[in-house]
Design a protein around this ligand. Structure first.
Ligand code: HPA
Length: 236
């Protein structure tokens, strides 16, 4: 076991879906995986391994924000040998053409965090998705009929930001949405030579605040996003 994950070696598949919310990990295990077994309950950060269409896959919550996902993703990669990591989460749109319930595939992630800057102060080191996963996810999402945007997101350290206007103005530079984890996940993937992708459903719009979703609509779009994530994980 590692410091924050109590699984034994071999209990975690080399492909994993990473929702922020551990209860969503439980939902995915119960609704999409066969023979799912729980491998982690430490801090209620539930993780499960089962099979999806005959392929062994895992799903585990990461918590919110880059410090939290960095802990789990690093332990999954370094201690448990995970090679493909797909974050499935929500994001707030900062682009008037990106609407609630639509999908954003984070081709890259800008960040206001110091996580990367601390290591590389003299570079603007871009955080990018694995192209193979991105390419597969895009085609799978299109086939499922989902409106899908591919591009930059902002991974922010702050949800209730005092700099909201500045963050929103990044929309004018083509940044689609704000979320809180992708840049750290991509940085870890780069450090350890593994594959990572962030898939986000737009849950709210910071530029069209009147756009809203019902609980049922949110559940349906999240379910579609989970399918895109799982199909991408198992695609050859
Ligand atoms: N900001 C940051 N993270 C988010 C948001 C947001 O507006 N919406 C969903 N995740």
């Amino acid at each position: 076991m590692s410091i924050h994950i109590e699984a034994k070696q071999g209990q975690i598949a080399d492909k994993i879906l990473l929702p922020g919310d551990p209860l969503r990990a439980k939902f995915i295990a119960e609704n999409f995986l066969e023979d799912a077994e729980c491998f982690n309950t430490v801090r209620n950060m539930f993780g499960y391994t089962g099979t999806y269409k005959g392929h062994r896959v895992s799903v585990m919550g990461t918590g919110m924000g880059m410090p939290s996902i960095s802990i789990y993703a690093r332990e999954l990669i370094v201690y448990y040998g995970v090679k493909k990591l797909i974050r499935v989460g929500t994001a707030g749109s900062i682009n008037p053409d990106v609407h609630v319930r639509e999908l954003v595939l984070a081709q890259a992630a800008a960040t206001n965090s110091n996580i990367i800057r601390n290591d590389w102060p003299e570079y603007d080191f871009p955080q990018i998705a694995d192209f193979g996963l991105l390419d597969k996810a895009y085609h799978i999402a299109k086939e499922l009929g989902m409106t899908t945007h591919v591009g930059n997101v902002l991974s922010s350290d702050v949800f209730y930001s005092n700099m909201a206007d500045r963050n929103i103005s990044l929309g004018k530079l083509g940044v689609h949405a704000i979320e809180m984890e992708a840049a750290a996940l991509y940085y870890l993937a780069a450090q350890h030579g593994v594959q990572a992708l962030g898939i986000m459903t737009i849950s709210d719009s910071l530029v069209n605040p009147e756009e809203d979703t019902t609980a049922e609509e949110r559940q349906n779009t999240f379910t579609d996003m989970m399918k895109v994530g799982l199909e991408t994980l198992i695609a050859e």
